[in-house]
Design a protein around this ligand. Sequence first.
Ligand code: FAD
Ligand code: 8RB
Length: 449
Amino acid sequence: MQGNARQLSVVGGGLAGALLATLLAQRGWSVDVFERRGDPRVHGYAGGRSINLALAERGLHALRQAGADGEVMKQAVMMRGRYVHPLHGEPGLQRYGRDDSEVIWSINRGELNIVLLDIAESHGARLHFDHGLERVDFDAGLAVFRHHEIEVVRPFHALIGADGAGSTLRGQIAKVQPLNERTEWLDHGYKELEIPPATDGDFRIEPNALHIWPRGHYMCIALPNDERTFTVTLFMPHTGEYPSFEQVQDADDAQALFERDFPDTLPLIPELRQDYDANPVGTLGTLYLDRWHLDGRAVLIGDAAHAMVPFHGQGMNCAFEDCVALADHLEANPSLADAFAAFEAQRKPDAEAIQQMALENYIEMRDKVDDASFLLQRQLELALQERHPGRFVPHYAMVSFMRVPYSMALQRSEVQREILIDATRGKDSLDGIDWDAVDAEVLAQLELL
Ligand code: FAD
Ligand code: 8RB
């Protein structure tokens, strides 16, 4: 293996590792993937419960590059918009885009991972399950894996760390080169619950939407699964003022919270008490590093490089975009060190931009989606999109339906938000808008995309 300039070892056969293995194998690389867990195609996907993810255009585009979109989309459930459930008042759908070409998709994580592993293998990638990276001797070019109870030593040419937020490879790189790793923990956590199918086997609530129960400082969301269930996630603070996980500890507390704040979900979640007791409280954070690679010997991608909070549904989408970018840089640069450096230079500003936008979207989801001035800004956003096609592009569309770099989406969204806030200040409808003034601002501040 050593000395083969076209060989790469991928650590982690999760979402990014499996996709990257395919993209590299397609480009003629000899690829080995080392995954700590067992083969999900044999043992079932670890975790068991049905957990879904929102797939948007960036991720879908990467799947198309790998020829994986057809198989993945077979089980996808379309989500047309946010279905907002206020505590008082009528629930309803707020579309994400203009029509059904502008939607996101709910995908089962386990099935997605299996499809990607099958495709990687069919392109010749060698998959080594039950191989957890333990440590690396970069000078000797040796990686040590734990295979069941034994340690296996493998020579490597270069290592690609797709081993997720708790990356072992990141820790090993940090021992030989400072990464200045910082994790900013959110003071909110999450708990997963489930809405089973109705007695007639159908979905209990609108299937083609991402449901949100916004409650100011906290919220519930629900994404549809193809087996007609929904995975519900409750997000709220770990500590402090009621409600927080510190105060809502057991089934009785959960029952009381849901009776008070999410009464319409009680008949939908029959196992609320059991789910609440059985499922752990998850933590959420943003991971920042000063660098993502060790010369030409190792590079980090996906969550291992830039884990983010979940509120834009872009962690996987961003990780998939990383895979295409890295495969392209490896194609363009004969030197691995140059390719890794070019990858980092391109993607780090974009990762930081989506990390920031993900933090900001929590406040939008939990607090703004049922607020009148926000809804008026949203109305104006759609009107300006019509008046200035390709120039005024709604924030959500730039992130979820387009592939403009995240850093550009962030920069343009900041300009647009100012325009929207200024133009709607003190108004309760679009009637009194000074269109000439707004149009002039748009033309002055936003170039055509
Ligand atoms: P992972 O998918 O975590 O894969 C890492 C792999 O490395 C795993 O298979 C792991 O077993 C393996 N591994 C770990 N350590 C070692 C080791 N030492 N040696 C070998 N292998 C190792 N993103 C979205 O875009 N949309 C969503 O809607 C969305 N929803 C989410 C819901 C939940 C509940 C969670 C937790 C995340 C969600 N995300 C979502 C984020 C998304 O899951 C991640 O951003 C994405 O999985 C990152 O891919 P990755 O390959 O970097 O890491
Ligand atoms: N990680 C999502 C969005 C944006 C929705 C909108 C938000 C759960 C953990 Cl919180 C969240 C979105 O702006 O209307 N699109 O996709 C996915 C989300 O949460 C996922 C399911 C999630 N991610 C740990 C839990």
